[in-house]
Design a protein around this ligand. Structure first.
Ligand SMILES: [Zn+2]
Length: 372
């Protein structure tokens, strides 16, 4: 999978500058496996073995995500990080190339890693033990054949599951990329999302009628992911050719670096925004958040100049830059706002909400009778 990165995670390793993070909800999976295994009357050793198997599956998921990330790197697209969730991994690509062929290869690389691992484990198992018995040590077979058989079936499972033609699975993106060879991206996404929804309903019905709550849950998950993907692509398309200057706010809250915390708090009470842009000599120095102001106030530092709070540095955008790229910069840097700088002077700010508002207004205008 690929998508935006999530907060609340711990970095466990890094390769080629791409860190692997474990999201805190992963602990729920570890807890669930441990408790259900222990509840079935298993010994401590067996519980640990089960957890080792969970770790093994997720090692394969990490390799899958690196398949996406390293292929993306070949096309010059960086990956911010890889996050492991209980439902799988997410590689946060800086952007997804709109070139269908590039998207196809980046997407297909993940499942291909699992296919290669399955073939390797299966071949080794076959050569060494002469059978592809899908027994694993959890069912009392010897360690090595069990391990190979487990790697074979786990990777085959990961390969097939990820090829389901529904967002956010890789299969959804592959389907969209294939449709995109003939159709505009928005239309390709709509069709792919529609197929995903049909699949989601089938999962839901299947899950309920066979009493498999996990299946139904995956169905719900796919249903919402389909809508989210369609919206994101429609938004991206709507923003194409739109510049930062068209979307930015020209009325915003800014103060010079020598202004004090006390003055900023007074202005905040009089109706300031969430975040304060600190400007020095016309240039953006950084952002001071409402929380930083409150902390300075609590520490009785009313007289502290804002430049010493200190403001968090933010990247700036040019008014002529593309709004879509600027939005990506905002999300990527987890910045509250992006100052827009023209000739060394701040002329406006861009916030995530501005883009949503702009699109809403544009949509309403387009719907008015007589609109072009
Ligand atoms: Zn994937």
């Amino acid at each position: 999978m690929s998508g935006p990165s999530l907060g609340g995670s711990l970095r466990i390793l890094s390769f080629k500058g791409i860190g692997v993070h474990v999201h805190w909800t992963f602990l729920l999976l570890v807890g669930y496996v441990a408790v259900t295994t222990a509840a079935s009357g298993a010994a401590v050793q067996e519980v640990l073995l089960q957890l080792a198997y969970v770790a093994l599956v997720f090692a394969c998921v990490v390799l899958h995500e690196y398949g996406h990330a390293l292929t993306a790197l070949r096309y010059g697209v960086r990956t911010r990080d890889i996050t492991l969730l209980p439902i799988g991994g997410v590689a946060s690509l800086e952007r997804m190339p709109e070139e269908p062929a590039q998207e196809f290869w980046i997407t297909v690389a993940g499942p291909l890693v699992n296919l290669v691992l399955a073939v390797l484990a299966g071949t080794l198992q076959w050569l060494l033990f002469g059978s592809l018995d899908v027994l694993d040590p959890r069912h009392g077979s010897a360690l090595l054949p069990g391990l190979l058989a487990f790697l074979f079936s786990a990777n085959l499972g990961l390969f097939l599951f990820n090829l389901l033609p529904a967002f956010p699975m890789d299969g959804g993106r592959i389907l969209r990329a294939l449709l995109g060879l003939r159709l505009p991206r928005v239309q390709a996404t709509r069709i792919a999302a529609g197929i995903g929804r049909v699949l989601a309903v089938l999962f839901g019905i299947g899950g309920l009628s066979f009493g498999e709550p996990m299946l139904a849950l995956i169905g719900v998950f796919i249903w919402f992911a389909a809508g989210a993907e369609a919206r994101s692509v429609i938004q991206q398309t709507a923003l194409r050719g739109i510049t930062v200057a068209q979307v930015m706010r020209t009325r915003y809250w800014a103060l010079p670096g020598e202004a004090t915390v006390g003055r900023a708090v007074d202005e905040l009470l009089a109706g300031g925004d969430q975040d304060l842009l600190v400007v020095e000599g016309g240039k953006p120095l950084g952002v001071v958040t409402r929380r930083q102001l409150m902390e300075a106030l609590r520490a009785r530092r009313d007289e502290l100049p804002l430049r010493d709070v200190p403001p968090t540095p933010v990247r700036a955008a040019a008014p002529g830059a593309g709004a879509q790229e600027a939005l990506q910069l905002l999300v990527l840097n987890r910045a509250p706002m992006l100052p827009v700088v023209d000739g060394g002077t701040v002329v406006g700010v861009l916030e995530p909400d501005n883009l949503a508002e702009f699109l809403q207004v544009q949509g309403l205008r387009a719907q008015r009778p007589g609109a072009a």
